[in-house]
Every structure is written in C-alpha cells, then in structure tokens.
Design a protein around this ligand. Structure first.
Ligand code: GTP
Ligand code: MG
Length: 221
C-alpha cells in the first residue's frame, strides 16, 4: 500500500501556542532537530515533494510549527506532519531561544495528538547536548525515530561508525520511549522507505483515547 505521506499538502502555520489546532484524535508526527540538520529536506523527500517544507538558506529564521495534512485531498486530514523550528543556531537572541522553548517544548511535552517524533541529526555531528535537552521534553509513551541524515556525506564505514556511536549515545539516555535509528539522506534517497514505514505504522496505531474530553479536566499526566 502506498504511504500516506505521499498525500501531504500544506495545512497551516502556528506561531503561538494559542494558535495550535484544537486537540482532536487526528494524529501528528513532529520533525525536530538542530537548525540546518535537514528537517525540512527530510519531510520533502519523504513526501516526494520538492518544496513542501521550505529548506532554508537562513538557519533559524522559521520560528513556527508548520502543519502538513495527510490523507485523501477531498476529505478532512487523517493526520499531520509538523515541521518545527530548528534549535541551536548560534546567533539567535535569548528571547528567540526562549520563544522556541515555549512553543516547541510545550508542544512536545503536552500534545496528546503526538503519535511519534522524528529527530533529525546531521550524521557528521551526531547527538548533541541540545538534542538531549530536546528529548527530555518527550513524554515516555511517544515513539522516537532518529534519522542520521546527510549520510551521503559519509562512506559506508563512516556511516556504520556513526550509527554505532549514536546508538550508544541514545542507549545511555535510558529513555522509556521506543527508539529506532536509521541512516538517511534526503538527496541520495537513503532510508526513505524505512522511515515511511515507521511513520505509517505510528499513524495507523495511534489512538486519540488519551485526549481529555472537551471542557473537562485533564486526567493523568
Ligand atoms: N548532502 C545533503 N544535504 C542535505 C540533506 N538534507 C538537507 N541538506 C542540506 O542541509 C541544509 C539544511 O537543510 P534544511 O532541510 O533546510 O534543514 P532544517 O533542519 O529544516 O533547517 P531549519 O529549518 O533552519 O532548522 C540545506 O542546504 C539542505 O540542502 C542530505 O540528506 N544530504
Ligand atoms: Mg526547516
């Protein structure tokens, strides 16, 4: 069956928490990672679209969550992909960094619709302290897929070494979340089918049952 990712189209841009779509049982998959890691390029490659998510020439400019709808174009969205602002750009003023924490951190830790998180890492850089900080926002039941992207920059042996190092770094975090790791390249189309399979599986098994009833008090976490 064709991946639901191939139906992606732009839905909306969210710059403030108040603008987040109401929590429904429509599942969301968020792409997170350092500025310039390759998040938008990964989304474009996975959706087989050239300029769906804008790959940026100016790192750190986009301080917004960009929503892309999935599912038959005629009907209501069946799910969303969410491109998030990159973190870690050196030149960002403190207020921008704080705004990022507020928006993306709150989104990651609070959003019940999250069916999974894709962490995009530049394979040449691996897991950094900023990524560790990001992962700390995640609720333990949300599955994580780590893409070591720009694998085209490395030969096979270097790719394998980076995979081993990152796997060890992830294991050291002792996260309760299900974690998967893939070697990936948007430009050379490495790991695309495998990544689509993970995301499709998340979307097909996600249930919105932990969504608090509208107007009612939130229970549990
Ligand atoms: N060689 C190679 N370059 C890539 C790959 N993916 C992305 N790039 C390049 O890396 C740069 C950043 O890519 P983006 O997709 O804009 O990165 P981003 O994470 O969305 O960046 P921000 O939105 O600024 O956080 C661009 O110049 C891309 O062309 C890849 O798989 N291989
Ligand atoms: Mg981007």
């Amino acid at each position: 069956m064709a991946s639901t990712l191939l139906t992606a189209r732009f839905a909306t841009t969210v710059t403030r928490l108040a603008q987040l779509p109401d929590e429904t049982d429509v599942a969301e998959v968020a792409f997170v990672g350092r500025s310039n890691a390759g998040k938008s390029s990964a989304i474009n490659a996975l959706c087989r679209r050239r300029r769906l998510a804008f790959a940026s020439k100016t790192p750190g400019r986009t301080q917004a969550l960009n929503y892309f709808a999935l599912g038959p174009a005629a009907g209501p969205p069946q799910a969303y992909l969410v491109d998030t602002p990159g973190y870690g750009f050196a030149t960002a003023p403190t207020e921008i960094k704080r705004a990022w924490d507020q928006l993306a951190g709150h989104y990651l830790s609070q959003r019940h619709a999250l069916a999974g998180v894709v962490l995009v890492l530049d394979i040449r850089r691996g897991l950094t302290d900023l990524d560790r900080g990001l992962l700390a926002w995640m609720r333990p039941e949300v599955p994580l897929l780590v893409l070591l992207t720009k694998a085209d920059k490395f030969g096979q042996a270097q790719q394998a070494a980076a995979m081993r190092d990152t796997e060890a770094d992830l294991r050291a975090l002792r996260m309760a979340n299900p974690v998967a790791l893939l070697s990936f390249s948007a430009t050379r189309r490495i790991g695309l089918d495998e990544a689509r399979e993970f995301i499709d599986a998340w979307l097909s098994t996600h249930s919105g049952t932990d969504v608090p009833p509208p107007g009612g008090p939130a229970t549990g976490r």
